[in-house]
Design a protein around this ligand. Structure first.
Ligand code: PMP
Length: 405
């Protein structure tokens, strides 16, 4: 009976949160109508918190590819790549991703979480060092726990702090692996990648960039922050996911390291789990093709992100530092964030409630993720609803007063 007793404080917190309205952690959609609309308790609701950056989840060509694979190859692989074999599609997708990034090697994982977990925990061993940004995603923290390398945390987006910590390691033997993210998932801020690359060059460390939220979003070809910043040659390992811009599920790592493929028989989260079903591989492959062939998707995404960001800023909300597709409104406290989230949901707008300890600096956030598939009218409706809720809760300045941007 006592085995879950340790979660009593969590249960109490969760119950308190649920007593205030909808349960933010188990929102149930009766139906998803399109990349930007769902039905929730009978009401059409705008989806503004789904990471569906390019809106490809309903793309007819992706659906056709998935259906053909489902009919031709069945529902699942029923096993892992090493024990039960690789399907043609796995190899095709790995080749397509390697080609997209201009790299020699690619490994596909069953989720992005497992890609980080596997790659990071396996690259560095007990005689090496792992250096991670303090705002890292849970998958990076969990990789640090799973692996055997000593872990050094540096201040978020602070290359000087990283440099100091690397210097402190001095001449200790062992490889140093630095892990940063392209766009951080809570505030939508980007890493100062050029400066991190400088540190990497000066110290001889290896660099891994998780482009989960920046693939398909940043860079002329959508390869992410490293492409945008012109530092791709200095990135040793790029990790990404299929669950955001590519509208599916899965993850990958690409690299030019000549021995990269040895990871296929050393990396446990790759080896000991079932591989992705053919239908998911097929939709992902097609989504990658669509993403490459249609830069207009990214342009629409950027325009929508800026429309929401500057619209909310104009109302007087405090936001993350950059107009990326993750637009987070910072509210003064948890109670206001919960109230605002419930009111927005009631009004037909779904986004993410992000609370401490999942947020940096204990912030209470309403986190939106914009899609290329949103219409300008949907973005304007969202801004209007935010404005109404902000005024009702007293978070926004009183109408009539001049708002300082
Ligand atoms: N890295 C980052 C930065 C993420 O935000 C996420 C998911 N939100 C992941 C990795 C894991 O990706 P997946 O959902 O494909 O497991």
């Amino acid at each position: 009976m006592t085995i879950l007793a340790k979660f009593s404080p969590l249960r109490e917190n969760y119950e308190r949160l649920r007593a205030l309205g909808h349960d933010p952690f188990s929102v149930k959609f009766e139906r998803i109508v399109s990349p930007t609309e769902g039905v929730l308790r009978g009401k059409r609701t705008i989806l503004l918190g789904t990471n569906n950056y390019l809106g490809l989840t309903f793309d007819p060509s992706c659906i056709d590819a998935g259906v053909a694979a489902l009919e031709g190859q069945g529902t699942g692989t029923t096993g892992s790549r090493i024990a039960n074999g690789t399907y043609g599609g796995h190899g095709d997708l790995e080749a397509a991703l390697a080609d997209f990034y201009g790299r020699q090697h690619c490994m596909v994982f069953t989720t992005g979480y497992q890609a980080n977990l596997g790659i990071i925990s396996t690259l560095v061993g007990k005689d090496d060092f792992l250096l991670i940004d303090s705002d890292s995603h849970a998958s990076i923290y969990d990789a640090a726990k799973m692996g055997t390398a000593p872990v050094v945390r540096f201040r978020h987006n602070d290359p000087d702090d990283l440099y100091k910590r690397l210097r402190r390691l001095g001449d200790q033997p062992g490889n140093k692996l630095v892990v940063v993210e392209g766009i951080y998932s809570m505030l939508g801020d980007t890493a100062p990648l050029k400066e991190f690359v400088q540190v990497k060059r000066e110290t001889g460390a290896f660099l891994l960039v998780d482009e989960a939220h920046s693939m398909g979003v940043l860079g002329e070809n959508g390869r992410g922050l490293a492409e945008q910043e012109g530092v791709e040659d200095d990135v040793d390992f790029t990790v990404g996911t299929f669950s955001k811009s590519l509208g599916a599920v899965g993850g990958f790592c690409v690299s030019d390291h000549p021995d990269f493929d040895i990871l296929r028989v050393a990396c446990r989260p790759y080896m000991f789990t079932a591989s992705l079903p053919p239908s998911v591989i097929a939709t992902t492959l097609q989504a990658l093709k669509r993403m490459r062939e249609e830069p207009g998707l990214r342009r629409r995404l950027t325009a929508n992100a800026e429309r929401l960001y500057y619209g909310l800023k104009g109302l007087g909300f405090e936001l993350g530092p950059e107009p990326n597709p993750i637009v987070s409104v910072m509210l003064p406290n948890k109670e206001l964030a919960i109230a605002a989230w419930n009111m927005l949901l009631e009004a037909g707008l779904y986004l993410n409630l992000a609370l401490p300890p999942a947020t940096p600096n204990s912030l209470a956030l309403l986190r939106s993720s914009v899609s290329a598939a949103h219409t300008p009218a949907q973005i304007d409706t969202a801004i209007e609803l935010f404005g109404q809720v902000g005024r009702r809760l007293g978070v926004l300045p009183t109408p009539g007063l001049v708002v300082q941007a």
